[in-house]
Write a protein that binds this ligand. Structure first.
Ligand SMILES: N[C@@H](Cc1ccccc1)C(=O)O
Length: 513
C-alpha cells in the first residue's frame, strides 16, 4: 500500500506535468487505485505548506452485495429456475425445483412467472419461451465495473432485492498552490538555540501557525476517585451543620486510640496482629496527665463514673505506644476532650456536631476487598439528653441522603459505646440486608473522664469510604483503587462522580468483611 509520502510524491509529480488533477479517483499507484483516506492526509499536509489546494468531490456509487456478487457470477435466481426446467410439454414437477436450484427456487420462480418465462401446467412447471436473456446478471455485471446503471428504476429494484447497495465516496480535485514545488521543503516548527547560534534561522522556512488546531491539553492535577467521593460526603455533612475534625496526623498514641475510648489494655485489637506499632519514635506522652489519671482509674475500678471498671492494673507504657491509628474515633475522643475544655472555659456547654473522613490502618491480610489501610467516614453528635431514638432517627436521615432508605439496626459490641448497633441497609438486587456501618452511644466510662457534663450524651457512627467509591466507579478489586498497584492513569481518566439516589441500593452490594 502506498504511504503518505508515496502519495505526496505522486500528487506533486502529476501536478508538475498537468497542472491539475480533476478527480483523484483516477490516480493510481503501482497500477492500483489509491486509498482516498490516506490520500486526504497527504493532501492536507501539502495544503498546510501551501504547495497545493484541493476540494472534495462527493460521489455516490453502487456496489454489489455478497448475494449480488453471486448473481453476477452464476446468473440470477429466475434464470437458474428457467434453466432447471427442461424444454418441452413435460416440464418439471414443482416439488423437484427446490432440490435442483436450492434457495434460488422461491425468489426465482416468482420472478420467472412475472417475466412470462415459465408457467404452471398441472403439478408441473413448463417453459413459455425457448430462450431468455438474463438482464439481472447483465445489469449487475455493469454495476460491478462502472459503479452505476443508466436506468434508475432498475437500480431501485436491485436495491430492493438486496443485490446492490449505495456507497458514498469522497475524492478530490487538486490544483497547484502558491508555494508549489516538486520537492517537499523541510519546515521548522520552532526556533532552537542551535539555529540562533548558527544563523540558520535566517534561511529556514517555518511552519505556519495553525490557529484552528486544538492545543495540547494542559496538564493539571487530578483528584483520586476516593477524594472525589470524599468531597460528596463532606458536602452531606456540611449541609447538616457538621464541623470537620482535624485528622491529618496518621500516627497516634494508644492513649487516644484505645485508652481514652475505654478499650482495655489487653483487648485483642491492641495486638501487633491487628495494629501497626511505630518503631521510631515508639512512644508519645502528649496527653494531659490529669486526664490520664482519670482514665487509668476508670479502667481499673470505674473511678467516679459509677462503673466497676475492668479490674486490672493500667500501665502507662501501653498507653504511650505510638501506632498508626486503627480508627478515626481516636480523633473523636481527642475532640470531645477539647469540647469539654471549651465548656469549662466558657462556663456553658454548646452542642457539637463533628465529622471526619480520613485514612486508618489495620494490620490485616490483604485481598480483593481488604487493604491494610482504608478510609473511614465518622460522625459524632454531642448534646444534652440525646437518646438511642435520636441516633436511629439521625441515621435514617443521614443514610437517606446517601440514597439508602431502608435501614435497620442490630445490637453489637464496641468497648466505647453502649448500646452499640450495626447498621444494615436493604439491597433490592440481592433481596437481603447488608451491613454498611457501625454506631452507638459513647459510654459514660469514656465521656466522664474526658470531662463532659454528666447530662451530655454523644452518639456516633462510622462507615467505610472505599465501598461507595468502588460501586460508583465500577471497581471490583480494592487494589485497583488504593495502594501501590494502582494504575495512575485511571486517576486521570475517571470522571467526576456524584452520589445519587440509586447509589445506596448499589452501595450495599459489595461483600463486607
Ligand atoms: N470506630 C468504629 C466505628 C464507630 C464509630 C463511632 C461509634 C461506633 C462505632 C470502627 O472502627 O468500626
Amino acid at each position: 500500500m502506498a504511504t503518505t509520502e508515496d502519495l505526496q510524491t505522486l500528487v506533486l509529480t502529476t501536478l508538475d506535468k498537468s497542472n491539475t488533477i480533476s478527480d483523484t479517483k483516477d490516480l493510481t499507484f503501482n497500477d492500483a487505485p489509491v486509498d482516498q483516506l490516506v490520500l486526504f492526509g497527504a493532501l492536507a499536509s501539502l495544503k498546510s505548506k501551501e504547495m497545493i489546494d484541493f476540494t472534495p468531490i462527493e460521489c455516490v456509487s453502487w456496489v454489489l452485495t455478497e448475494e449480488g456478487k453471486q448473481v453476477a457470477k452464476d446468473g440470477s435466481h429466475e434464470a437458474r429456475v428457467f434453466e432447471a426446467i427442461p424444454a418441452g410439454d413435460e416440464g418439471l414437477p414443482i416439488a423437484e425445483l427446490q432440490a435442483k436450484v436450492g434457495p434460488s427456487a422461491k425468489p426465482g420462480q416468482g420472478k420467472a412467472f412475472k417475466n412470462k418465462w415459465i408457467s404452471k401446467k398441472g403439478a408441473n412447471l413448463v417453459r413459455l419461451v425457448d430462450s431468455i436473456v438474463d438482464e439481472t446478471q447483465k445489469d449487475l455485471k455493469e454495476i460491478e465495473s462502472t459503479g452505476t446503471l443508466a436506468n434508475e428504476k432498475t437500480l431501485g429494484e436491485l436495491k430492493k432485492r438486496t443485490l446492490i447497495d449505495k456507497q458514498k465516496t469522497t475524492t478530490y480535485s487538486v490544483s497547484k498552490g502558491p508555494d508549489f514545488s516538486v520537492q517537499i521543503k523541510k519546515e521548522a516548527t520552532d526556533i532552537t538555540t542551535d539555529m540562533l547560534q548558527s544563523g540558520e534561522w535566517k534561511n529556514a522556512t517555518f511552519k505556519k501557525y495553525n490557529f484552528d488546531a486544538a492545543g495540547v491539553p494542559p496538564q493539571g492535577g487530578h483528584l483520586h476517585p476516593l477524594m472525589k467521593v470524599r468531597q460528596e460526603f463532606r458536602e452531606i455533612f456540611f449541609e447538616m451543620g457538621f464541623q470537620e475534625m482535624p485528622t491529618n496526623c496518621f500516627a497516634e498514641s494508644s492513649f487516644w486510640n484505645f485508652d481514652a475510648l475505654f478499650q482495655p489494655q489487653q483487648h485483642p485489637a491492641r495486638d501487633a496482629h491487628d495494629t501497626f506499632f511505630l518503631k521510631d519514635p515508639a512512644t508519645s506522652d502528649r496527653y494531659p496527665r490529669d486526664l490520664m489519671e482519670k482514665i487509668k482509674k476508670t479502667h481499673e475500678d470505674g473511678g467516679d463514673t459509677g462503673s466497676i471498671g475492668y479490674n486490672y492494673v493500667w500501665k502507662e507504657e501501653e498507653a504511650q505506644k505510638l501506632i498508626l491509628r486503627t480508627h478515626t474515633t481516636s480523633v473523636s475522643s481527642y475532640m470531645l476532650h477539647k469540647l469539654s475544655e471549651e465548656t469549662k472555659k466558657i462556663g456553658e456547654f454548646r452542642p457539637a456536631k463533628y465529622f471526619s473522613i480520613d485514612r486508618v490502618f489495620r494490620n490485616e491480610s490483604v485481598d480483593a476487598t481488604h487493604l491494610a489501610e482504608f478510609h473511614q467516614i465518622e460522625g459524632v453528635i454531642a448534646d444534652k439528653n440525646l437518646t438511642l431514638g435520636d441516633l436511629i432517627g439521625f441515621m435514617d436521615i443521614f443514610f437517606k441522603k446517601m440514597g439508602m432508605d431502608k435501614i435497620r439496626f442490630k445490637p453489637t459490641y464496641n468497648p466505647y459505646t453502649e448500646p452499640s448497633m450495626e447498621i444494615f441497609s436493604y439491597h433490592e438486587g440481592l433481596k437481603t440486608w447488608v451491613e454498611i456501618g457501625n454506631s452507638g452511644m459513647f459510654r459514660p466510662e469514656m465521656l466522664l473522664p474526658l470531662g463532659l457534663p454528666p447530662d451530655v450524651r454523644v452518639i456516633a457512627w462510622g462507615l467505610g469510604l472505599e465501598r461507595p467509591t468502588m460501586v460508583k466507579y465500577g471497581i471490583s478489586n480494592i487494589r485497583d483503587l488504593l495502594g501501590h498497584k494502582v494504575n495512575i492513569a485511571m486517576i486521570k481518566d475517571y470522571p467526576i462522580c456524584r452520589l445519587d439516589k440509586k447509589m445506596g441500593k448499589e452501595l450495599v452490594g459489595l461483600s463486607e468483611d
